[in-house]
Every structure is written in C-alpha cells, then in structure tokens.
Design a protein around this ligand. Structure first.
Ligand SMILES: [Zn+2]
Length: 156
C-alpha cells in the first residue's frame, strides 16, 4: 500500500520542492528557482516512490501526460532551442521529472544543467537567464491554465 507514504527527512515529502504551480491528488508541478536556468519545471509524485516502474500503468500515463503538458508550456512561452526531460532521482529517491528549457547560449549547453559551466564568457549565460526570467509571470499563468485543463488545481 503506497498511498500516503511520506518519509521524514525527504525534502520532497516534507515540502513542495519548488514554487507550487498546480497539483492534484497524485502529483504536483512546481517552478524551480535555479538562477542560471529559470525555465525549469518539475513534476513530482506526492508519494515516496523511487521508480516509474512502481507506478501502475494508469499512474505512469498520468505522470507522462503532465510531463508532456509542461514541455508544451515551456515550448510555447519560451521558444527554447531544446527541452531536457530527466528523471534521475539519484540524490532524492522520490519520483520526479525535470522539464528544462535550454538554449545554445545558456550556462552549460550542450551539457546537462548539473554539469560544470561551458567554456565561454559567463556573462552570456547570465544574459540568457535574465531574458528567461522576464517571462516567468507569463509562464506561471499559462502553465496553470494548461494544467487546470488536465484536471489539476491551483489550490494548496
Ligand atoms: Zn520523499
């Protein structure tokens, strides 16, 4: 029985894990405050589950529907060069998907956002980050409206 499983000391059990955009009874979508990569959403399964394969088929389908919706949101609002989808869970074995807008001139491209900075003028990556940050209000509002269309709610 998995429902309601929470683990003390797990940051994704004890908090939202970012700025809450929308949620339902199974998962939530949060906006991540990552200075160099502000176009960063995360889809987090509420219960403490480590692997996608532990979910039922219907649950997996729901997670992926929300992941693809957030991808569409980032593409529509930010027109990035690439979207990175990642489910690692190595640091926190609590199922979540990173949905990250990427640009050729962001701080780490083409490496992952967790890699060391690319070998170029750091001001370029900072300028990209500032430009993205100016769209965050629009991103929040549009993301919320699209997720409400999937049956999520904006209420905590
Ligand atoms: Zn957890």
């Amino acid at each position: 029985v998995r429902t309601g499983v929470r683990r003390p000391g797990c940051p994704l059990c004890e908090g939202f894990g970012g700025e809450l955009i929308a949620r339902d009874d199974r998962l939530r979508v949060v906006l991540i405050d990552e200075p160099l990569h502000p176009g960063f959403l995360r889809v987090i399964w509420h219960d403490h589950v480590a692997e996608m394969g532990e979910l039922s088929r219907a649950e997996r389908d729901h997670v992926m529907a929300v992941v693809f919706e957030t991808e569409a949101v980032l593409r529509t609002v930010l027109s990035p060069d690439k979207i990175n989808l990642a489910s690692l869970g190595n640091a926190v074995p609590h199922l979540h998907w990173h949905v990250i807008a990427r640009w050729h001139d962001d701080a780490q491209f083409p490496a992952s956002v967790w890699s060391v900075a690319a070998d170029r003028d750091p001001q370029v990556g900072l300028a990209r980050s500032r430009a993205v940050r100016e769209r965050l209000s629009e991103l929040r509002a549009y993301c919320r409206s699209r997720l409400l269309g999937l049956g999520l709610s904006e209420f905590r």
